[in-house]
Structure formats: C-alpha cells, structure tokens
Design a protein around this ligand. Sequence first.
Ligand code: UDX
Length: 474
Amino acid sequence: MEGKKRAAHAMLFPFPCSGHINPTLKLAELLHSRGVHVTFVNTDHNHQRLRRPRGREGFRFESVPDGLDDADRAAPDRTVRLYLSLRKTCTAPLVDLARRIGARQRVPPVTCVVISGLVSFALGVAEELRVPSFVLWGTSAVGFVCTLRLRQLVQRGYTPLKDETYLTNGYLDTPIDWIAGMPTVRLGDVSSFVRTLDPTSFALRVEEEEANSCARAQGLILNTFDELESDVLDALGDEFPRVYTIGPLAAAMHRRVDHVAHGLSLWEEDAACMAWLDARPEPRSVLYVSFGSLAVLSPGQLAEFAWGLAASNRPFLWVVRPGLVGGDRGMDALPDGFVAATKNRCFIAEWCAQEQVLRHRAVGGFLTHSGWNSTTESIWAGVPMICAPGFADQYINCRYACAEWGIGLRLDEELRREQVAAHVEELMGGGKKAEEMKRNAAVWKARAEAATGPGGSAYENLDRLVEELRVEGS
Ligand code: UDX
C-alpha cells in the first residue's frame, strides 16, 4: 500500500488468561523485533501475579483494573464475571492509558490497538482514539470460521438442542456440509457451544458475537499458516479481506526474536522435569500429557486418564496444574495408589516450559485437550497427538489433527481407561499407524519451519502486517 510512513506504536490488550496472553505476547515480541513500539497491557491482577514484568527500550508493560473483587475471583463463574466486568469498566482506563503514553516524550503516540478474542469492546477504544484495530483470534482458521457459523447453526435450528437425549442419541453426528472451505464434519465437532439446551446460552451468544465483531477491525491475525488450512483460508478471504496468517507463533518467535527479556507465565515452570527428560536415554520414548490452562476434569475423568496411563507401561510427563480438577484441586486429586504404580516412569509437574518439553528429543507423543496453542506447538515440534477435546474449538482442532493432517488419534467422548492405554500403546509402541503419524508430523513440522523462515508465507505476512502498521492513515 502506498502512503507516508510513520513510527508505529501498537497497544496490545489480551483477554486476561494464559491461552490469550501467551500468543498475544508472542505477537508483541515479533512486532517489537520488526521495530514497532509496543505497549502490552495486562490487568492489574495479572500484572501483580506476573511479578510486575519489566519492559525494555520500546517495549513497556502497563496495566488497568479488571473491576473484580475477591468474591468474584473465587466464584465458579469467575471467567464470565471477568468478561462482563472488562466490558463494563475497561474502555475509559484503556483510552486514558493510550493518551497518557502518547503524551510522553520520546514515545510515539499509539497508532493501533491489537486485541485478542473475547475483548471486542476494546475495538471501541481504537475507534475513540481514531486508530486502526487488529484482532489476534487465538484459534485455528477453521476454529474461527466455526465460531462465526454458530449464528447460522442457531438460525437453521441445529442448536440449542431439544432435550438431554440429543447429547447421546447420535444427533451430534449430524453431518454439516454447508460451511464454505470445510469438508463435511459432525455437528458435535463444530464447537462445544452447540451442546446446549439453553435457548439463551450466554457462551454460545458471546462466542458468535465476539467472532462476528472482528469484521469491525481493520485486520484479522491468525496463529496458523497458509499451507495448513488453505481451503478454509481461501473461503474466509471472501468475508475478511485482510487476514494475516503468521503462525505457528512459537516457530516464528524462535526464528525472528533473538532474545526474550521476560518469561510471562502465570504459573511457575518446574525446571526439574527437563532434567528428568534429559535422563531418559531413549529418544521419543516419553508421552507428554497436558490439558492446557483452562480445562477442568471431573475426578472420574482424572481417574480414567491416570489408570490408562498406568496400564500403558510407557514413561510419561504429566502436567497436573492446580485447578485441573473441579473444586480447585490438582495433584491431591490423583487416585490413591497411582503414584506408587507408576514410580520410576512418571514425572508429575504443576506446570512446565511446554514448548521446550515438546521439542525435547525424549518426547515422542502428546496426550492433549487439543487447545490451539498446544496443537500448533506440537505441529512445530513434529510430535503426533492423542486428542481428548472438551471445550470450544478443541473438537474441530481434534477433527483436523486426526482426519485432515493425519497426526492425531481421537479418544471417545466417554473416556475409558482401556482406550487411553490402547491409544498410548498404539502411538508410543511404533506400530504401522504410529509410523504413518510420525511421518505426517515430520512433514507438517518441515512446512511450519518453511512458512516461518525467510520467504515463507507466515514470514512474509508478518512483514506485510508491520508495513501496514507503519502506513499513515491506514
Ligand atoms: C484456550 C482454549 O481452551 C482453547 O480451546 C483455545 O484453542 C485457546 O485458548 P488453553 O485451554 O489454555 O487455551 O489451551 P492451549 O491453547 O493449548 O494453551 C495452553 C498454553 O499454555 C500453551 O501455549 C502451552 O504451551 C502453555 N502451557 C501449558 C505451558 O506453558 N506449560 C504447561 O505446563 C501447560
């Protein structure tokens, strides 16, 4: 695009949870590495929790109040309260903040606002500041399209479900063959939000409104690469003319950012698990098990995973974070006798440096909830997966990992320890299917490397995005 160039200053504001903060922070680092001034805004609560991260030249951290009190933070519906509170209270503090920073000497004024999903109210901040806005939507392109189409699924009467029997009577297998750019998929795979009986379902409405409101932004940024999702990206281009596919973000960071001055993890990483992996002599012999930052398992589901892993006889590293089990429980919820039964071949961590773990030579498989960040990190590491989706976009990620990319094995929705053990054995035991998955994973890893390397699609798209940010009046 022709136009006068200026110093670009991006103010980034993610929804305050790990699944949004992590990719937004990576984008911030990438923009900074290309000469863009960055202001990364957390909520005050997370800013304290992250031990007040220090910025550096051209990269500053700021924070705004989230409007919650202690009772809100302890409530089971705290994420809903947080969502509503941000919408209600954060516009003015963000506008003020941008104006204050812009008034400082040696700092260019804020020239664009970049948000993650679920904080679409902040598009209004950009409008008030009269600067362009961009949304980094944290799912796959197909996950985004499925969320857009929730509106049509409601209009066409697929959801809300008529009654509880529809959850188990095969209705969720109804073929959906009318979403442009996608193969025929099961209704149940489109999104977890179709599984509601509530005609006023808050989650369903919020998700589709948030996705559809991205049309108000100047551009849509996705943590994916063209080769991985070409059909769906082609179809999306008709509706969203400016899509920047710059992922996998973990790979792009590795290629383009020399040095990251701060670790920004809401949980402390257990360094001992790396030493444990170092001590495993056999390459690709360890299964890594993690369900991301939000999933909550019932004690029964935890027990099926635990006893399935125990029965498999393969070494594994399992992240059991506080809150993984309902009622804010973690390792204390593991079944009696499990630790003794898996002694010498299991390491349990509360949190780990996942990207490093997946790229460790000892790791050969990933039992995952199919969150999009985890999926892209696994693709970049060339590690095939066992998929146990449970929420939001995770079902469609699993569908694509298993049926389109050939790098995943799916667990049934009704979790059974026998199947967990059989899938682990199948993946880690090196049978025909496992070999094929490993070959496919190696191909996708190479494509991810190529996309994020010089001349690759994601590499060029990042440069294109930065140019766009520099053009005056864009
Ligand atoms: C959320 C949604 O649940 C998911 O469906 C959506 O695709 C993205 O946003 P989350 O459930 O946290 O994310 O899963 P995921 O997207 O996989 O993100 C988890 C992040 O935490 C990854 O970047 C992973 O590397 C990191 N992680 C996880 C760690 O750094 N250490 C750990 O021990 C576990």
